[in-house]
Design a protein around this ligand. Sequence first.
Ligand code: UDP
Length: 413
Amino acid sequence: MLQRVNPGNKSLADYRSIVRRDLYDEICDLAGRLEGARVLHINATSFGGGVAEILYTLVPLMRDVGLQTDWAVMFGAEPFFNVTKSFHNALQGADYELSVEARAIYEEYNRQSAAALDEEWDIIFVHDPQPALMKHFSGGYSPETKWIWRCHIDTSTPNRQVLDYLEPYIKDYDAQVYTMQEYTPPDLELPNLVLIPPAIDPLSPKNMALPGDDARYIVNQFGVDTERPFIVQVSRFDPWKDPLGVIDVYRAVKEDVPEVQLVLIGSMAHDDPEGWDYWYKTVNYASGDQDIFLFSNLTNVGAIEVNAFQSLADVVIQKSIREGFGLVVTEALWKARPLVASRVGGIPMQVAKGGGILIDTIPEAAAACAKLLQDKDFAFEMGRRGKEHVRNHYLTPRLLRDDLLLFAKLLGV
Ligand code: UDP
């Protein structure tokens, strides 16, 4: 048995007042055509990171509109996650020597996971590289099943060894879903490429409207002074999210705005063995500065707390070096926060003109943060524009519609 995840309940009707009428109707129409379709999502973890975040909303909504949808987590243990984290880094451009042992570990876990498939599905929706070989190892277990591979990361400058190894398996899927054309690997012809950007759930505890007093009450309890400005980055502790660079930005801002504080929030995902190393690296780099706060799910910062910190932040920063679609960016914009974010991956697409400041360097980031802390009107207008962009493009019902459209096409209904 693959490990099933219980994603809870959601109802599309609750989103009625948030999304456009035509989009709502389109979803209902597609759902009618797909009624009863059996859909299985597979990924590597039910906690931490963007994919789990998305599935907790998408799976219950797919169920609510009439599809028989399940979510399973593949088999995994430390040796496997060490390999797949290296793959993840390599696909984003890191140096990596692909060894015979690494391939053997990767293949073994995929083989076991594929062997555990024991039901008939119309669609199997595989997320990210960890389970990417499951289709291959599933053999002919269910010839009618359509297989989708969803890539959530930016693979535009990949390590060729890993990409060349994965290429035949990825091409074999009935659809390859990327966030945007620019993320697809150069020179890789994807026969069934579909472009679908992710989205955030406006009604989840992470993103639902939180009254200012409640947010302040929560933030205060963590020792952050709500009378003074603070900058927030919410991200896994990972070199690609550059928490050390964020501290450099904060130090430069502090020269202009001495009262500023910095909050770094990161969750420890089960499939991310590097997390702790990077957490300690960041703690050391902060070198006891009382105005730098580091929190994680292990210090009781969960969805509601993230919501509170994002909702109150004077500036949200996202200093990624590589990024797929940074859900955190969209989460912050949805809360009408002024944003400073790296010009990488999907971020430029996520940020409307005037709805955030895109930066390439630490001095640029520091100047942008200082400007936003000092010019409240400018910051307010930015938040307003950012939020509209999210409302128009990056809320869950749009993602649900895009996925249902793809299912309908693959199943010919
Ligand atoms: N997240 C969280 N707590 C944390 C750090 C991250 O809940 O301490 C969430 C964050 O709010 C977002 C997701 O994890 O929803 C991260 O997704 P993103 O696409 O930004 O980055 P990824 O980790 O997938 O690269």
